[in-house]
Write a protein that binds this ligand. Structure first.
Ligand code: AMP
Ligand code: MG
Length: 428
């Protein structure tokens, strides 16, 4: 992997000083430093959710033959000019068979939906508009006048035609199209592998009952869920104690195995926040170390030969917010998705908000449709540790420094959902 993009002065060191960047600067910096991963060939069944890295041309016409769109009778137009008409059924062609003879005057061929029609067919009469007669004849009662009920060979795709180009996101319709044109294996951009490390002496696994002074590890689970929901492989590196040696070993392991390492907690300036020093020792080149946002200030982003690393703030709400703002676009950029500027939704505020601080405030809300637009209702939250409040929210509001918003004002909102992120950045 080449990291051609510029990187910024290393600001992690024993003194832990660093420039504070705005959310928008941080976002630009992470995207500038997110390398596009290489191409891999995958079987079609595993290609969904990848970005295509090659041109794909069709090896067949679609449809591959003149095809009946109805269950009915293939006829010549002149034989059904005067109705009702009685025609002899010359042949029966279900889907999967090919007619043995062309259509002769005064005769018809029984065809099923998807079956090839015989040469000489002008139109297919629906079975509902016919009446079977004894000794292999049929009475035609009505014939279509403004359509043929025949799909001409190659009308959808011509043999040799390029149906998909590099950069196309492979969703269910594209996977179906690739199957139709015989692309059983395709080259796609590799998706980043993520390693998640929780840090903190106070943490125990979700399956354990916390002892005195302990809490359960929330971030490993929410970060794995965020990655997996977006289709990225993520693995846990467990919980590291607040001890430089252990942190160094676990982070080194993650850097060796993954393209993106997410370390939660221990990234601030407290006595037990060893992560910045350890990153320095491991040769991670820090791009920024603080973001002017609340929550989420102690967010570290760094690059190393082979990947990128985030040190995310430990409080569970901060971890999710910083993932959505910075990690998510990096993962998608690395996998070849188009990622643009952050363009929050505009919603009507159903409440009042005041941000007296000098950092951008991010607060949970419930986003709902309101006419043609959106309404954002603030969700009560006790702060960045209050993970319970997030289960009542589906988005975050962005409130500028020293900004005051009244009921009915327009507020910027970032949804938590994946689909919305793509939508927001569609122009990028
Ligand atoms: P720190 O950045 O290490 O000072 O942690 C900030 C806060 O986040 C502390 O209250 C930690 O107990 C809490 N915290 C850190 N890691 C986790 C985690 N994995 N799950 C839940 N809370 C955490
Ligand atoms: Mg800690």
């Amino acid at each position: 992997m080449s990291l051609g993009a510029p990187w910024y002065p290393n600001c992690c060191g024993p003194n832990k000083e660093g420039v504070m960047v705005s959310i928008w600067e941080a976002r630009r910096m992470v995207l500038e430093n997110a390398p596009l991963l290489g191409e891999v060939e995958v079987p079609l069944a595993e290609a969904a959710g990848h970005v295509l890295a090659q041109k794909v041309a069709s090896d067949v016409d679609l449809p591959p033959f003149h095809k009946s769109a109805m269950d009915g009778y293939a006829v010549r137009a002149e034989d059904v000019r005067d109705l009702p008409a009685v025609l002899k059924v010359a042949e029966d062609v279900p889907a999967g068979k090919f007619p043995e003879r062309p259509l002769a005057p005064g005769k018809c061929t029984r065809v099923m939906t998807g079956a090839p029609v015989p040469e000489g067919t002008d139109l297919v009469v629906m079975v509902e508009d016919t009446e079977p007669l004894p000794d292999g004849r049929v009475r035609i009662l009505k014939a279509p006048r403004d359509k043929t009920n025949v799909c001409p060979k190659g009308e959808d795709v011509k043999e040799g035609e390029v149906v998909l180009s590099p950069g196309h996101i492979l969703g269910p319709p594209e996977i179906g199209l690739l199957a139709a044109v015989g692309a059983e294996r395709v080259r796609v951009f590799r998706r980043p592998k993520v390693a998640v490390l929780a840090t903190g002496d106070e943490l125990v696994c979700a399956g354990e009952r916390p002892g005195p002074g302990q809490i359960r590890d929330v971030n490993t689970y929410s970060l794995l869920a965020l990655c997996m929901k977006r289709g990225f492989d993520a693995e846990s590196l467990g919980i590291a104690r607040d001890e430089p040696g252990e942190l160094r070993e676990r982070i080194r392991l993650g850097m060796g195995e993954a393209d993106v390492v997410l370390v939660s907690a221990g990234v601030s300036v407290g006595d037990y926040d060893f992560v910045p020093d350890v990153l320095w020792e491991l040769g991670v080149r820090t791009v920024f170390h603080k973001v002017a946002m609340k929550p989420g200030k102690p967010t570290v982003f760094g690059v190393y030969d082979g990947g990128v690393l985030f040190g995310l703030p430990g409080n569970p709400v901060s971890t999710i917010v910083t993932f959505l703002l910075f990690v998510d676009p990096v993962l998608r950029r690395m996998a070849g998705f188009p990622v643009g500027e952050l363009a929050p939704l505009k919603a009507l505020l159903d409440g009042r908000l005041v941000n007296k601080g000098d950092r951008t405030a991010i607060k949970p809300c419930l986003l709902a449709r309101e006419g043609a637009g959106w309404r954002a209702t603030p969700v009560e939250s006790h702060g960045s540790a209050d993970i319970a409040s997030l289960s009542k929210a589906n988005a975050f509001m962005v409130i500028g420094r020293e900004e005051r918003l009244e009921l009915g004002d327009t507020v910027d909102v970032i949804p938590m959902e994946v689909g919305c992120c793509l939508l927001l950045e569609a122009g990028g």
